[in-house]
Ligand binder design. Structure first.
Ligand code: ZN
Length: 92
């Protein structure tokens, strides 16, 4: 996939809290051609998560052995907040 191959290491996600918000993930073939990764978690852990931009909105992508999954498109602030909750274990 085109978003693979970044040299930078991203952060690791924290262990999910028991009280975590359940993110609704939708299976997709791959990120759309006009989508671009803004942030990503470290490649040494699976699943790996990405904050993507596409079509003026943001979404979070998840890549694991089962493939590629995405959240719905969200307004920027909402997506940034969800990304932070994902990293801290408050959403997963
Ligand atoms: Zn790592």
């Amino acid at each position: 996939m085109s978003f693979m191959g970044y040299a930078d290491h991203g952060p690791h996600v924290a262990q999910a809290l028991a009280t975590r918000e359940e993110i609704k993930w939708h299976k997709e073939a791959a990120p759309g051609p006009r989508c671009r990764a803004l942030r990503w978690t470290c490649r040494c852990r699976a699943p790996r998560y990405f904050l993507f931009t596409g079509g003026g909105r943001l979404f979070i992508g998840r890549q694991d052995a089962r493939g590629w999954f995405e959240t719905t498109r969200l307004p920027h602030q909402q997506a940034e907040e969800l990304w932070m909750r994902l990293l801290t274990g408050e959403a997963r």
